[in-house]
Ligand binder design. Structure first.
Ligand code: CP
Length: 378
């Protein structure tokens, strides 16, 4: 892969960003922030904060590296030893301020595949945050011991603040956003793109994607929407209750990039035209008027999904022969339980989870500039 040369303008933006204070930096446009966040030599993301950092070249590269790493790993002795040697002697911190199953575990496993040492913080009450340490100071402290930080946080700007702090420090280690409030989940979107890449033999252009459910607060929907600008002729259809419609900033992004989209009110009617159906859960944890804090040990009661937005088992019969049913997971009742146990090859959400692990291997390897070693392995 050829490296892109950075323009003089980009170098100027980067110099300016380095002396900006946080308030000045946080209001910069995404394009200018990307200059500050990406690797100056490779133009691949160094800190991974939002989907707009990725272009078609970097997405294709990540899919190819994920495919190759996966293939190498099948060689249980030499292949696995080689992958482990790539980042042996480096250390990763998985700092998860919000609950997670698959993002946490897939990052952890990806780090193990690459030979990294791993630590985690999943309960803030066990860190000095509980004594009033600022997030900035905590992140600088993490950088004293680690070479990579993965961060999930309810605050939409927390990972960005971390990147800003680290870029100014003498331990500029990469930070990856593993979910930021209701805003973005870029590594899930990379996983989704890799799943489309695998499902359609690398041919994503021109596909029709139906996104269903909580499109207002689902950060995976937002991040995947942003990535769609990198593919030609995509057609997006959004199906959601009125109060959970896709937000205005995403609509204006589609308009600016001439991405075709429309809204529909009934999932059943749009299934026959879909190449991919991307189901999402209603994120009622964000509801202000929720039923209050759950009692420990007691299962929280959720409102049942409106049947109009539910994927029923019989809908499998309406899908195109080569279409796929995706979900970032976790799921609740928005997909009939039986669909999850179906042997229908078009139900790909369990494979999508595993793809996430390989995409995270590719992403970490690329951040540490090991992509060519993987691609050139015999
Ligand atoms: N898709 C996803 O982010 O799942 P987790 O919340 O389990 O990490």
């Amino acid at each position: 892969m050829e490296n892109k040369k950075w323009s003089e303008d980009s170098q100027e933006i980067r110099k300016r960003a380095l002396i900006m204070n946080w308030q000045e930096f946080s209001v910069m446009g995404e394009k200018d922030k990307t200059v500050f966040l990406n690797n100056i030599e490779t133009d691949n993301p160094f800190h991974v904060l939002f989907s707009q950092q990725f272009d078609r070249r970097s997405l294709d590269l990540l899919c190819q590296v994920a495919e190759k790493a996966r293939m190498i790993h099948k060689d249980r002795v030499e292949g696995r030893k080689f992958l482990k040697s790539l980042l042996f002697g480096t250390y990763a911190l998985n700092f998860f301020h919000q609950p997670s199953t698959r993002t946490f575990l897939s990052f952890q496993t990806a780090q193990e595949v690459l030979g990294m040492g791993i630590r985690d913080i999943r309960d803030p009450s066990t860190s000095s945050e509980a004594k009033g340490e600022t997030l900035e100071d905590s992140i600088r402290t993490f950088s004293s011991y680690f070479d990579l930080i993965i961060m999930r946080h309810e605050n939409e700007q927390a990972a960005e603040l971390g990147a800003w702090v680290l870029n100014k420090s003498d331990r500029r280690i990469p930070i990856i956003n593993a979910g930021s409030g209701k805003d973005q989940h870029p590594t899930q979107a990379l996983t989704d793109v890799y799943t489309l890449y695998k499902s359609f033999d690398g041919k994503i252009d021109g596909r029709t994607i139906v996104m269903v459910g909580d499109l207002a607060r689902g950060r995976t929907v937002r991040s995947l929407s942003y990535l769609m600008k990198n593919y030609r002729g995509m057609k997006l259809i959004f199906v959601s209750p009125l109060h959970l419609r896709v937000s205005d900033d995403i609509r204006s992004f589609f308009d600016r990039h001439q991405i075709s989209y429309r809204e529909a009110d009934n999932l059943r009617e749009v299934i026959p035209v879909a190449d991919a159906i991307y189901m999402t859960r209603v994120q009622d944890e964000w509801d202000q008027k929720d039923q209050g804090e759950p009692i420990p040990g007691q299962v929280k009661i959720h409102q049942p999904i409106n049947p109009k937005y539910k994927f029923k088992k019989e809908y499998l019969d309406l899908m195109k022969e080569n279409a796929v049913l995706m979900h970032p997971l976790p799921k609740r009742d928005e997909i009939d339980e039986e669909v999850g146990y179906s042997s229908d090859k078009r139900v790909v959400f369990w494979r999508q989870e595993r793809n996430g692990m390989w995409m995270r291997v590719a992403l970490i390897a690329t951040i540490f500039q090991k992509e060519n070693e993987i691609l050139n392995w015999q």
